[in-house]
Ligand binder design. Structure first.
Ligand SMILES: NC(=O)CC[C@H](N)C(=O)O
Length: 385
């Protein structure tokens, strides 16, 4: 392609040339595909995507522009969330009453490199067959692209294995949240009479987790992932939430394992979400491992083994808890119906639950909102003891 202004190079030397958008320059990251057909802004601002390049399988990305309400990260440090965005069709002008920005301009402001005009279906098939590669993406408006150098960059990048990226995207200073879910006409619900106070341990928390907690009656104090168990317990919470976040759970566990084990031992109700679920699994004695393709989308079927109900959920993970390694007393509560991987844990006789998927959605179906009420029920029950 003579007129290429952007390109993607994979670590195996494969090159896809196309048209650059958004930020200019070069970035490296792990390439994954996401099958959601809406919610690109929430996806691109989810701190769990740090050091990743997202290939959207839906061809038209950008049509509804961008707005301030759909940001999922709660901290400026999360500016190192997704590094690149790949889509089939060039970005068109925004067409939505909520849009305050056009998608290309928004990508540029956030430092995300966009790439269109590539065969996204071929790339998706490549990931399905060979797994998520290390990749380098570039946007060079003058068309001066050094393809060989891009391949070298992709090859030499250290990758996500062993990376404690939660430390990069979490917020240092503690803060409170009473904002609830957003509604089209009225904006955010506000929690006035909180029934519960929860401490959310921030490994890269998405705002919609805090909002769902507020809608379930919980005011949240969000603390950094480096907080000690003593500091958390001194806040006298009714329950503790371990948040979602980027990178390799085993690496983050090395830093936070002592705190997580102590919170488990405290007997307080616990809810773990995604990275928080994986960290909890490690604290309970299970092991995590890297997946080949990962799960990234808003249409994944998961079965709640405690009720037999199937829910359609939002997913975003590249690591997984190995159910073969669950010790006695730790139950698998949810399972992916796509590939049978673990999607939830509970602990016999203890108020501890966690899920691999995203009950807060954003984007995605709201089938799993009930988990916040289930957690509230655990806190209510614990309080009565
Ligand atoms: N969304 C998340 O919390 C992702 C968890 C972890 N970083 C993974 O990729 O598996």
């Amino acid at each position: 392609m003579d007129s290429a202004t952007g390109a993607l190079a994979l670590e195996d030397g494969t090159i896809f040339a196309g048209f650059g958008a958004g930020a200019t320059g070069i970035k490296v990251g792990e390439l994954c595909f996401n099958t959601a057909i809406t919610g690109y802004q929430e996806i691109l601002t989810d701190p769990s995507y740090a050091s990743q390049i997202i290939l959207f399988t839906f061809p038209h990305i950008g049509n509804v522009g961008a707005n301030a309400d759909d940001q999922e990260e709660s901290t400026a440090a999360a500016a190192d969330a997704a590094r690149g965005a790949i889509f089939r069709e060039p970005i068109t002008a925004p067409s939505n009453w909520r849009a305050t920005d056009d998608f290309g301009g928004w990508l540029a402001k956030r430092g995300i490199i966009g790439l269109s005009g590539v065969d996204t279906r071929a790339l998706t098939k490549r990931i399905r067959e060979k797994g998520m590669p290390k990749a380098a993406i570039c946007h060079k408006p003058d068309g001066n692209i050094d393809f060989a150098a891009l391949v070298e960059l992709a090859k030499s990048w250290e990758g996500l294995d062993g990376a404690d990226l939660a430390d990069v995207v979490d917020q240092d200073a503690a803060y409170e949240n009473t904002d609830g879910l957003w509604k089209p006409q009225t904006g955010h619900d506000k929690l006035s009479n909180a029934e519960f106070h929860v401490v959310v341990v921030d490994f890269g928390v998405k705002k919609n987790i805090l909002r769902n907690l507020a809608n379930a009656g919980a005011r949240a104090t969000v603390v950094n992932g480096d907080a000690t168990a003593e500091q958390i317990l001194a806040l006298k919470p009714d329950g503790v939430v371990f948040s979602n976040g980027p990178g390799d759970p085993a690496a983050t566990y090395e830093r936070s394992g002592t705190m997580i084990r102590a919170i488990v031992a405290s007997g307080l109700p616990i809810l773990g979400i995604c990275l928080g679920h994986q960290l909890l699994g490690l604290a309970l004695g299970a092991k995590t491992k890297k997946m080949a393709q990962g799960h990234h989308g808003a249409n994944h079927p998961v079965k709640d083994l405690t009720t037999g109900k199937v829910e359609i959920v939002s997913m975003n993970h590249g690591f997984t808890v190995d159910p073969e390694t669950l010790p006695a007393g730790v139950e698998e509560s949810h399972r992916s119906l796509f590939d049978g991987t673990n999607s939830g844990l509970s602990v016999t006789g203890k108020p501890i639950i966690s899920v691999q998927h995203h009950p807060e959605a954003s984007p995605g179906p709201q089938d799993s909102f009930y988990l916040f009420d289930r957690f509230a029920g655990l806190m209510r029950g614990h309080r009565g003891k």
